[in-house]
Design a protein around this ligand. Structure first.
Ligand code: SAM
Ligand code: SF4
Ligand code: F3S
Length: 467
């Protein structure tokens, strides 16, 4: 589908850059650098956005803190995908009345997908008077302007007008890790799955120009990042809105040609846009991880149709066969929803049978959460929460036994892993397929690839030693 592209103009960006310089000058005259905290809910897109917020804050002279009482600026980047995420956000925002009381100059900002929901800005305006700034994902690049206005004692800001979204290049990013980097390649979603709020809050699909993606990928490789994850809500429809003749497979192949020792990952792929070309490109690109995250959502054709997923169970199983034919060792993970409105016991059994047939390496399981404004929220839903929970528990039990068996089959094998961090007494690392391997080794090895022998396993992780 072709959409009208809106790119943030160089003039508008220059204005934000100039504001960042002004704020940096103001902050440089303080006795100590002011502190900022950015808290993130939701998916990797939000993580990537938060890294941009931190990048802008750092450019404006802020140091980052995890202490909400010490912070001069707090930004909460919110998620709207399920009700539970929203409840957590609202609870935590409510609790910030204490920090604001202890430090009245504190500037509290809310942004992200939840703020873009109809009625949410009004709700924050009337019930959370300690929040000074509210903006949706489309206005993220204007954050310096919002912050300066508050520093100058301006009025509360609410910037959440509906928008198809834009593409903004050149914002600074303060990345969380020096090993793994997010690389958004497209924004928004056109799929309108009937349960999902994302297309309403994140706007239409729009791809970054291939030249911009490649430039950033080269910078990341040159800076020593070892794991580059290409991001998009529907990442494999990359390029369809551009006139550059580059599709997602072509983009992977071009990134694969960048010199350096790094892994290319990507998420999330939609089955309707997955094809043999994608899998054969993955197979021939030595840097591309042997992992595909391919959400199936339901094993029942009736439910898939009601979800507006635009593929059948048979299409999905055929894709899995193709992926495994071209990459016998590929790790396959997925998302699934239990308790979609009207899903019967028999339809749920079809989800179980698909899980048994595919034998996913890992599964992200969700109970349907009605999202206001989506078609599924007004569909009749005769099944109780308890029934849905029982089904959910059965599904988890089945998947846990598959994951446990799959993990056990790694024991004794040698895997090339990237050591990416530390967790308690272990270093953490990932196989090419993205499986977690815990190791005991010297912290200096973080950021390096190592060959490890797998010595143990459980449902969630592998254990190994460097050889
Ligand atoms: N774009 C990706 C896709 O199509 O799979 C991911 C979108 S969403 C951020 C991640 C997962 O949340 C979805 O795959 C779906 O399983 C789940 N999800 C989305 N809306 C939901 C809802 N209303 N209730 C329960 N789960 C939901
Ligand atoms: Fe939501 Fe579907 Fe788009 Fe994924 S593809 S973000 S589930 S509408
Ligand atoms: Fe949540 Fe927005 Fe991501 S709704 S899952 S943070 S795109």
């Amino acid at each position: 589908m072709s959409v009208k592209r809106i790119e943030t103009s160089e003039k508008d960006l220059a204005r934000q850059r100039e504001i960042m310089e002004r704020v940096a000058e103001m902050n440089a005259s303080l006795a100590a650098p002011p502190l900022a905290l950015v808290d993130t809910y939701g998916c990797q897109q939000n993580e990537a956005d938060s890294e941009k917020l931190r990048g802008m804050l750092r450019t404006m002279g802020y140091e980052l803190t995890a202490d909400e009482y010490a912070a001069d600026v707090i930004v909460i980047n919110t998620c709207a995908v399920r009700e539970h995420a929203e409840q957590r956000v609202l609870g935590n925002v409510g609790a910030l009345t204490h920090t604001k009381r202890a430090k009245p100059s504190q500037i509290i900002c809310l942004c992200g997908c939840m703020m873009q929901e109809p009625g949410m800005a009004e709700r924050i305006k009337s019930s959370y008077s300690h929040v000074r700034v509210v903006f949706g994902p489309h206005e993220l690049w204007r954050f310096p302007e919002f912050l300066l206005s508050q520093l100058n004692g301006g009025k509360r800001i609410f910037e959440t007008s509906p928008s198809d979204g834009c593409v903004t290049e050149g914002l600074p990013s303060a990345r969380d890790s020096s090993v793994k980097a997010w690389l958004p390649v497209m924004y928004g979603c056109n799929n309108f799955c009937s349960y999902c709020i994302v297309p309403y809050v994140r706007g239409r699909e729009r791809s970054r120009r291939a030249g911009d993606v490649l430039r950033e990928a080269k910078e990341l490789a040159a800076a020593g990042y070892r794991d580059i994850t290409l991001l998009g809500q529907n990442v494999n429809s990359y390029g369809k809105d551009l006139d550059e003749g580059v599709d997602f497979s072509d983009l992977i192949a071009e990134i694969n040609d960048i010199p350096g020792d790094f892994v290319i990952r990507f998420m999330t792929s939609h089955p309707k846009d997955a094809c043999e070309k994608l899998f054969s490109t993955m197979a021939k690109c030595e840097k591309c991880a042997r992992h595909i995250h391919l959400p199936f959502q339901s094993g029942s054709n009736r439910v898939l149709s009601a979800m507006n997923r635009r593929y059948t169970r048979e299409d999905y199983l055929e894709l899995i066969r193709t992926a495994r034919r071209l990459m016998p060792d590929v790790v396959i993970t997925s998302d699934v929803i239990v308790g979609f409105p009207g899903e019967t016991e028999e339809e749920f059994e079809e989800t179980l049978s698909l899980v048994e047939e595919v034998r996913f390496d890992a599964l992200f399981t969700f109970i349907f959460s009605p999202r206001r404004g989506t078609p599924a929220a007004s569909m009749p839903d005769p099944f109780t929460r308890e029934e849905k929970q029982r089904r959910f528990d059965r599904l988890i039990e089945l998947q846990n036994s598959v994951s446990e068996e799959k993990h056990r089959s790694y024991v004794g094998s040698v895997q090339r892993v990237l050591i990416d961090g530390a967790e308690g007494e272990y270093l953490t690392s990932r196989t090419s397929g993205g499986r977690l391997v815990r190791l005991k080794a010297d912290g200096e090895k973080i950021g390096s690839f190592q060959n490890v022998r797998i010595t143990g396993s459980n449902t969630w992780a592998l254990y190994g030693e460097i050889i």
